[in-house]
Write a protein that binds this ligand. Structure first.
Ligand SMILES: [Zn+2]
Length: 269
C-alpha cells in the first residue's frame, strides 16, 4: 500500500513537469474507483496546474479555481508516460499534459480522483487529518500536548491519522524502535524527553524512506513501470524471531488494534 513516503516521492516526481503546464484532456476509462470519478473532473481541460501539494496521502493539484484531489488507495500509482503509450488493463485515468500523460494505474480501485472548488483543507476527506509528521508543526511540545488525553498505546496513537497523519504501520514500528519506546507504552505517559526522541525518530524514518525512493524518481517520468517499494534498512518490522540488529535479542510480534507491531524486548522498554 502506498504510504506517505511513496506519495511524497510521487509528488516530487510529477510536480516539476506538471507545474505551469495546462491540462489538455482527460480520459476516464473506469470511473468506478473508491468513489465514482465526478463529472467535474471532465471539465478540467484548459486549467493550468499551479502547484502539486500533499496533505497526508492526498495529492492536491491546484488548478486555479479548484483542486484535483488524488489518492493512490491500496495499489495505485501515478506515472508520466509519453503521449500515445497504450493503456493497460488497470490504467483507469489519464490527464494529457504537454507531450505526456499523467496516468493513474490502480488494480484494486481503492484510489480516488475528486474535484473540489472549495479550499482543499475544508474537504470532508482532508479536514480531519492530523498534523503533518514532516512539518515543523510536529515537535516535542506538540506531540507531548497531543498525547496527554490518550490512554491508548503510543503505537495505536501513531496510527491514528486524526492526530498525526500518514505514519503507517511500518514507520510506526520503526520509529518506536529508534526512539527505544515499547509499543504498548500508554501515550499519555510519555515524558517530554521521550516525545522529543520519538519526533526525531518519526522524521528520520520517513525522510530515509523518501530519500531511498528519490533514487527511483526517474521511474516517474518516461516509464510506466510498477511502483517500487523503498528499500531502507528495516530494524524490526516483519522480523519476528530474528535477532535485533542492535542487541541480538529476538524481535517480538504483538497485535495492537488488529495490526501487527514488532519490537525488541531489550531495546524498547
Ligand atoms: Zn535490541
Amino acid at each position: 500500500m502506498p504510504e506517505l513516503p511513496e506519495v511524497e516521492v510521487t509528488r516530487r516526481g510529477i510536480a516539476p513537469y506538471l507545474v505551469g503546464r495546462v491540462i489538455a484532456a482527460v480520459t476516464v476509462r473506469e470511473p468506478r474507483l473508491r468513489w465514482r470519478v465526478p463529472k467535474a473532473v471532465h471539465a478540467i481541460p484548459g486549467h493550468q496546474v499551479r502547484s502539486v501539494k500533499r496533505r497526508g496521502k492526498y495529492l492536491l493539484l491546484d488548478c486555479g479555481d479548484g483542486h484535483l484531489i488524488l489518492h493512490l488507495g491500496m495499489s495505485g500509482s501515478l506515472r508520466l508516460v509519453a503521449a500515445g503509450t497504450p493503456a493497460g488493463k488497470h490504467d483507469h485515468l489519464d490527464l494529457a499534459v504537454g507531450d505526456r500523460l499523467l496516468r493513474l494505474r490502480d488494480p484494486r480501485r481503492f484510489g480516488a480522483v475528486l474535484w473540489t472548488a472549495a479550499p482543499p483543507e475544508a474537504h470532508r476527506l482532508i479536514r480531519h487529518l492530523g498534523v503533518e509528521p514532516l512539518s515543523r508543526s510536529l515537535d516535542a511540545n506538540r506531540l507531548h500536548a497531543l498525547t496527554r488525553a490518550h490512554r491508548t498505546s503510543i503505537k495505536q496513537f501513531l496510527m491514528d491519522g486524526r492526530r498525526i497523519v500518514g505514519v503507517g504501520n511500518i514507520y510506526a514500528s520503526e520509529s518506536l524502535f529508534l526512539a527505544a519506546i515499547h509499543p504498548r507504552t500508554r501515550a499519555s505517559r510519555l515524558s517530554r524527553q521521550r516525545c522529543a526522541r520519538l519526533v526525531r525518530a518519526i522524521k528520520q524514518t520517513l525522510r530515509a524512506a523518501i530519500n531511498a525512493g528519490g533514487s527511483s524518481l526517474r521511474d516517474y517520468v518516461g516509464s510506466d513501470g510498477e511502483p517500487g517499494y523503498f528499500q531502507t534498512r528495516i530494524w524490526v518490522y516483519d522480523r519476528a524471531g530474528q535477532p535485533c540488529r542492535r542487541c541480538g535479542a529476538p524481535i517480538r510480534r504483538i497485535v495492537q488494534g488488529q495490526r501487527a507491531s514488532y519490537y525488541c524486548p531489550r531495546c524498547q522498554r
